[in-house]
Write a new protein. Structure first.
Length: 280
């Protein structure tokens, strides 16, 4: 991260501040600490553009509001300059164009997708493929065994197993563009998300599912698409995004297994997804 000491810092209260107001905050390491730990935002005004440096995992509504006000003033002075949201999480992760200052709040959700924890505030612990069965409940184990016995092929019979499961299971289509589409799912899914109609054929982005869960699933499905191997995660903090009455468990495992389609396409991959509650 390269910023000027004269650039504007917005503190956690949404107020313009000076790093030197906190003793010792003068080095590049200190600036990273301000972004990643304190949740401060840096606005660096350059001749051709404006950079808004932020860690989406630590920034708060007040700091975002203060940054939006400063950005609005800068763009009023020179409307020709474009603004970029620069995502930082231990290191620079990528950038997004800012259409307007208020757009900062919307872009934070997109910014989270390229951080070390796309599902924030959910917490993720990666497990190995060898641990998949041990982290599955009995309904998930039955589907996993069936898929293994049939060489992980996408068949009508596997679809029927998923649709008849008493657990949480689905088959999705992961695409090269990062999209996720539901191909089939268990009977409980519709009731769990208070839907009247099935998700079959729907894209994840358009479904009434909390954004942290969407980002988390998209991150893992993208990894499966890219690496063509099983991914296993233990995810906790579900009560932070869904009420305990609806969610039940606060921790669950999620197993994603790449499947072989009858007709292979390089830009699409069917993926079996098995979800099992862990504890309360």
């Amino acid at each position: 991260m390269h910023v000027h000491l004269s650039s504007v810092w917005i503190n956690a209260k949404g107020q313009p501040d000076d790093l030197e107001s906190i003793r010792g905050m003068r080095t590049p390491v200190d600036r990273v600490f301000a972004l990643d730990t304190l949740g401060w935002i840096n606005i660096c005004s350059k001749p051709q553009h404006i950079e808004v440096w932020v860690n989406p995992r630590s920034a708060r509504a007040l700091s975002l509001g203060g940054a939006a006000q400063v950005l609005e003033e800068l763009q009023k002075r020179d409307p020709s300059r474009v603004a970029l949201l620069e995502v930082h999480d231990s290191e620079p992760k990528g950038s997004f164009p800012i259409d307007n200052p208020i757009g900062l709040f919307r872009l934070i959700d997109e910014g989270l997708s390229i951080t070390a924890n796309p599902g924030h505030p959910l917490e993720h612990l990666k497990a190995t493929a060898a641990e998949a069965a041990d982290l599955c409940n009995e309904p998930a184990k039955q589907i996993l065994r069936y898929a293994e016995l049939h060489s992980y092929r996408l068949t009508n019979e596997l679809v029927q197993c998923v649709e008849a499961s008493s657990g949480r299971a689905k088959i999705i289509l992961a695409s090269a563009d990062g999209s996720v589409q539901y191909l089939c799912h268990d009977p409980r899914t519709v009731k769990y998300w208070s839907r009247r109609t099935p998700f079959v054929g729907c894209f994840l982005d358009r479904l009434p599912v909390p954004n942290p869960i969407k980002r988390s699933l998209k991150a893992d499905s993208t990894a499966v698409f890219r690496e063509r191997r099983t991914f296993v995660s233990v995810i906790s903090g579900l009560h932070r995004v869904i009420s305990p009455e609806v969610a039940g468990t606060n921790t669950y495992s999620r197993v994603l297994v790449p499947l072989t389609a009858p007709v292979a396409h390089n830009d699409e991959l069917p993926v079996l997804v098995l979800v099992s509650a862990l504890g309360k």
